[in-house]
Design a protein around this ligand. Structure first.
Ligand SMILES: [Zn+2]
Length: 172
């Protein structure tokens, strides 16, 4: 019986050990599970930090964009039109503008006063689908707030006539 009691005791003891082992294993598993849970959180935090970093970079970029905005000055201009024909250009009807640009079919550009450098962008309402065009030419009568918009044919230039428009002039 003594042996049996010992057996019984050892049985309980073994059960206790088993329980301890089970608890240990379970706590290990829980630890692993927690560690596994922690990792994604850490990664998530890192990802959030990274995305915040990129957001900061983006905002920094937009800040630098804000520092150099495209500024348009609105100038009331008397806008006439011309074409490359001798009637419009006289001795300068060689297909090359005052800045040395060789005129191509379908070109849209403008002749302006010397105060507007070659390449200055201007948005003239109703001309070139109201997209900005560049100053590529000069004209004897084109002084001050006068412009001459370019057309491929004399008829188109005549059709334009004379307009007084609020022209947007791009200033850097
Ligand atoms: Zn003409």
């Amino acid at each position: 019986m003594g042996k049996a009691r010992v057996k019984g005791f050892s049985g309980v003891f073994l059960k206790l050990i088993n329980l301890t082992i089970v608890v240990c294993v379970m706590s290990l598993i829980t630890d692993i599970a927690l560690t596994k849970d922690d990792r994604p959180i850490t990664l998530l935090n890192a990802a959030v930090t990274r995305s915040q970093g990129s957001t900061n970079k983006q905002s920094a970029n937009s800040e630098s964009n804000i520092k150099q905005p495209v500024k348009w000055e609105i100038v009331r201009m008397r806008v006439t039109a011309y074409c490359p024909c001798p009637k419009c250009c006289g001795e300068y009807s060689d297909g090359v503008t005052a800045c040395g640009y060789r005129i191509q079919p379908g070109d849209t550009f403008v002749a302006a006063d010397g105060q507007y450098g070659f390449g200055t962008e201007m948005l003239i309402p109703g001309y070139s689908n109201s997209r900005p065009v560049k100053v590529l030419d000069r004209g004897g009568a084109i002084r001050g707030n006068r412009l001459d918009v370019f057309f491929g044919s004399h008829d188109q230039a005549l059709e334009w006539g004379v307009k007084y428009l609020d022209v947007k002039v791009r200033c850097e």
